[in-house]
Design a protein around this ligand. Sequence first.
Ligand SMILES: Nc1ncnc2c1ncn2[C@@H]1O[C@H](COP(=O)(O)OP(=O)(O)OP(=O)(O)O)[C@@H](O)[C@H]1O
Ligand SMILES: [Mg+2]
Length: 484
Amino acid sequence: MFGRRKDHQIEEEESASSSEPQKSKAITTPSEQERKKDPQSDVFADVSSVPVSPKRRDHSYYVTKTFIFNALVDAIDLAQLAKLDLASAQDEIRDIVNEIIIARNLTMSIAEQEALLEDISNDVLGYGPLQPLLMRDDIADIMINNFETAFIEVNGKVKEAGIFFRDNAQLMSICQRIVSQVGRRVDEASPICDARLSDGSRVNVIVPPLSIDGPVLTIRKFRKDKLTLNDLVKFKSITPEAAEILSIIGRVRCNVLISGGTGSGKTTLLNCLTGSIDLDERIITCEDSAELQLQQPHVVRLETRPANLEGEGEIVMRDLIRNCLRMRPDRIIVGEVRGPEAFDLLQAMNTGHDGSMGTLHSNSPREAISRLESMITMGGFSLPSKTIREMIVSSIDVVIQASRLRDGSRKVTHITEIVGLQGEVITTQDLIVFEIEGEDSKGRLEGKHKSTGIARPVFWDRARYFGEEKRLANALDLAEDKKI
Ligand SMILES: Nc1ncnc2c1ncn2[C@@H]1O[C@H](COP(=O)(O)OP(=O)(O)OP(=O)(O)O)[C@@H](O)[C@H]1O
Ligand SMILES: [Mg+2]
C-alpha cells in the first residue's frame, strides 16, 4: 500500500536525498509511554474516538511541520518503511520525528507534538488530514469544498468535518494521489475525475478552472459491513413485511427500477435486493464506479471508462450493456441509468433477462417512469412516445422508491407495480407506501408503511411459478397498516 504512493511529494524528496538511511534510536517520550499503555490512543487503531481538530492551525504550525517533514524525509529509508506494517511504520516515524525535535531544539508541548506526529504520519502513510475521516465507519459522505471547508454526513445529517488542509496545493496533491491509485489523473487539462479508494469508496474530484475556489473532493464512503434487508428493517427504513415482499420481488426475477434522490440509498437497496438472487444465476453488473457488493459466486463486474487525454478510449454504459448481452447473463444489474443506456436496459429486460435491475435519480415512481421515457427520447431513438411507453410497460415490473427524509432517516417510500397502458397513459399501482404522520419530540419523523390492500399483485403468477405465492400472500396480509 505504501509503495504505491511513491508518486507524491515523498518520491521527489527521496530522489533528491542522497543521505544514508538513518537508523533511529527509540526516544521514549512520556506521551509514547502513555500511548503504549493505551493502544486505543493510537491514531490508526481507532480514530473514530479521536476528535478531529476543530480549529484551523496557524501559519507557524505549518512552517514547523514542513521543516520536520523535510528533515524526516531526509532521515528515513522509504524503501524499508514500505516493508513495515502500519503500526511499525508509525513507530518508526514517531521515533525519527522525536529525534528531530530534540536535535533541532524545537520547543513544543506534548499535546502539540502528538498532533504534529499524527499529522505527519497521516501525510506519509495516508491521505493527510483526510485520513482520520476515512478511518471512521460512521461517515456516509465526505465533502471537501476547498482546503478550509469540509463537511461530512453522519446519520443522515450533514455537519462540518473540522479538518483543514494547509492550502489548496496540499488538497490538490492528495486528490492527485487518490486518483493516481486507479491510473487516472486530474489537473487543469483534465479537471474532472472519478476514482475509487482501495476500500471501494467512490470518489469524485473536480479542480480549477472548473471549480472556482480550489479542488473539490467528494467521497461516498464504502460501508465495511454490507447492509442487508434485515438491517434496513432494524434501521426502520422498511417493515419486515415490506422487506419480505422486496425479497420475493428479487427472487422471482421481477425487472426492477430503484428510484430515489441523491444519497437516498438506491445503491444500498439494489445491493440488498440482489441478496435474494439464487446462487446459480449468472449476474453481470455494469457501473460507472464499482460499488455493488454481490455475494453470489457467479458475478461478473464491469465498469465504464472515461476518455483519455486525447479524447479517445471512452467506454460508456451503453457499450457495457450491449456487450453484456453477448456474455450469456441471467440478469443484468446497472448501477445507475442516466442516459440512452435506458433503451438497452429495457431491451435486455424484454429479451429474456428477467430479474434485471437498475437505479435512477428521481423523486417518485411516476417521475421515474417519465424520466426513463425522456432518457430514451433524448438518446436520439426516433420512436413515438406510445412505443416507448409500451416498451416500459412490458419491461419494468416494479419501481421501488428510496428517500432521505428531512430528519436524515432513509426510507423505502413506495413499492409500486407497473400495471399497463391505458390509451397513452402508463398505469401503476402502489403495493406499499410510507405516509408521514408527524414528528416526535426529538424531531424524528413518524409514519406508517401502509399496504394499499392489493392482494394479487401483477407479479403474482411469477411468484407462483417460483413457488413463492404463499410467502407473498402472507407478507401482503401482514403488511396492512403496520406502524414503524
Ligand atoms: N436505509 C438506510 N439506513 C441508513 N443508512 C443508509 C440506508 N440506506 C443507505 N444508507 C447509507 O446512506 C449512504 C448513501 O447510500 P447509497 O450510496 O445507497 O445512496 P445512493 O442513492 O445510491 O446515492 P447516489 O445518488 O450518490 O448514488 C451510504 O453511506 C449508505 O450506507
Ligand atoms: Mg448510488
